[in-house]
Design a protein around this ligand. Structure first.
Ligand code: PGA
Length: 254
């Protein structure tokens, strides 16, 4: 059974007090209103992860995620945070390869392969982001580009390990722009991603992999996006910063 997930990527937003308010609101709304089989992953700034843990009951529907981790376990990497550190404070998921990390911090497919390894070795579930630029979408082989991102950063994994990864398709042109991919565009790419995975790992594993859509998803468009057969939930940026809207997006999954 494919797991449904809605993850909130808060990015670099919220003061501590604001973060606490948002956490308690979302956790309560999800507890009171969300039924059915969906996991909610909250990814606040790393600074607030320890505090956030206190709002989240172990074994419940809501889980904690980080927005990034370093590829090494420890060492002289000033300012960085490692997968074992995240694991030690009860983080379960980590977003890796977000396009903002690729674009502003120069993360490469090869480096992301190392980050994925470190996350998995330390019991974290990577939410691995892929997606093409607007220029590629309009003028290039954007499907090939996304396939290469998966091949280069994930396909070294054994089938058993790969099965633990969550994929997030996030077309860069749709992130934070208000330009959502149409549900057909999302479905087409998710289908291609699943087919690419099937080519490497076989149909059974491909059918079981959770593939999230991200990019200007909100309470208005989520239901249609999530209704697509190969869309298993979302990675939500802007709309995850408001408790009411985010909870509505979570509810749209079922
Ligand atoms: P957005 O961001 O929902 O604000 O477009 C999504 C993301 O970057 O994960």
């Amino acid at each position: 059974m494919r797991k449904k997930i809605v993850a909130g990527n808060w990015k670099m937003n919220k003061t501590l007090e604001e973060a606490k308010a948002l956490l308690s609101e979302v956790v309560n709304m999800v507890k009171d209103e969300v039924t059915g089989d969906v996991t909610v992953v909250l990814c606040p700034p790393a600074l607030y992860l320890t505090t956030s843990r206190q709002y989240i009951t172990a074994g419940g529907r809501v889980a904690l995620g980080a927005q990034n981790c370093h590829e090494k376990a420890s060492g002289a990497y000033t300012g960085e945070i490692s997968a074992p550190m995240l694991q030690s404070i009860g983080v379960e998921y980590v977003i890796l390869g977000h396009s903002e990390r690729r674009q502003y911090f120069g993360e490469t497919n090869a480096q992301l392969a190392d980050k994925v390894n470190s996350a998995l070795e330390n019991g974290l579930t990577p939410i691995f982001c892929c997606g093409e630029s607007r220029d590629l979408r309009e003028n290039g082989d954007y499907i090939g580009f996304v396939k290469d991102q998966l091949t280069d950063s994930l396909f070294h994994l054994s089938a058993e390990t790969f099965a633990k990864v969550v994929i997030a398709y996030e077309p860069i042109w749709a992130i934070g722009t208000g330009l959502t991919a149409s549900s057909a565009q999302a479905q087409d790419m998710h289908f291609e991603i699943r087919r690419h995975i099937a080519g490497q790992y076989g149909d059974a594993i491909a059918q079981d992999i959770t593939i999230l859509y991200g990019g200007s998803a909100n309470e208005k468009n989520a239901a249609e996006l999530f209704a697509q057969p190969d869309v298993d939930g979302g990675l939500i940026g802007g709309a995850s910063l408001k408790s009411r809207e985010f909870t509505n997006v979570v509810k749209a999954v079922n």
